[in-house]
Write a protein that binds this ligand. Structure first.
Ligand code: HEC
Ligand code: HEC
Length: 139
């Protein structure tokens, strides 16, 4: 996918990897990357609250217009991983269960004009990789 021009604005050293550790990924993390990175980038757990991840994992059969259901065991393991790496507080929470609707996201992206969000290469705020690139997202 073509990188959107706003990427030029991005500060160097931007790091979306959820954790800075150099440990080997555990089985729950491997499962998360596989299951939650198949339709879109695996959104970093630290960008949403544990409560929001819980709500999202409870409603995977109606996941933003898609059915992303998992069996109970996989759901439990992925939720444990998400919660362990989640952030706390209102800054990282939204009733829509979208990272892109949290106060943190709005604050961090206030430099972006409406026409940039609507750009043909972006289209959706959820399309993180169009600006950040899949490699910086760590997935
Ligand atoms: C069958 C495809 C599919 C799978 C599998 C899937 N998703 Fe999604 N997800 C979507 C779609 C479609 C959207 C909405 C994208 C948009 O609005 O542009 C979405 C959106 C999201 C968002 C909101 C993004 C934002 O705007 O902040 C989060 C968070 C999310 N997914 C997490 C997950 C997690 C966690 C998993 C694994 C348990 C997962 N997804 C698995 C299809 C999927
Ligand atoms: C239209 C392009 C665009 C899209 C789409 C976009 N971002 Fe950003 N993002 C930016 C810009 C520009 C900044 C501000 C960079 C700065 O101030 O240095 C930023 C800042 C950030 C930062 C803070 C900077 C850092 O170094 O960590 C994070 C984290 C981030 N975005 C994550 C995301 C996630 C996750 C998504 C998808 C849910 C997303 N972004 C979607 C352009 C975008």
């Amino acid at each position: 996918m073509k990188r959107f021009a706003v990427a030029l604005l991005l500060a160097t050293g931007m790091n979306l990897v959820y954790a800075g550790s150099d440990q080997q990924p555990g089985p729950n993390e491997t499962k998360w990357k596989k299951e939650c990175g198949s339709c879109h980038v695996a959104y970093p757990p630290r960008l949403m609250s544990a409560e929001n991840w819980q709500g999202l994992m409870d409603g995977l059969d109606k996941h933003f217009g898609s059915n992303a259901s998992l069996d109970a065991k996989d759901n439990k393991q992925i939720l444990a991983f998400l919660k362990r790496n989640a952030s706390n507080g209102n800054l990282y929470s939204s009733s829509s269960l979208r990272i892109s609707d949290t106060p943190w996201f709005k604050r961090e992206h206030h430099v972006i004009a409406a026409k940039e969000w609507d750009h043909a290469d972006v289209k959706s705020r959820s399309n993180c990789e169009s600006c950040h690139g899949a490699t910086v997202l760590g997935s």
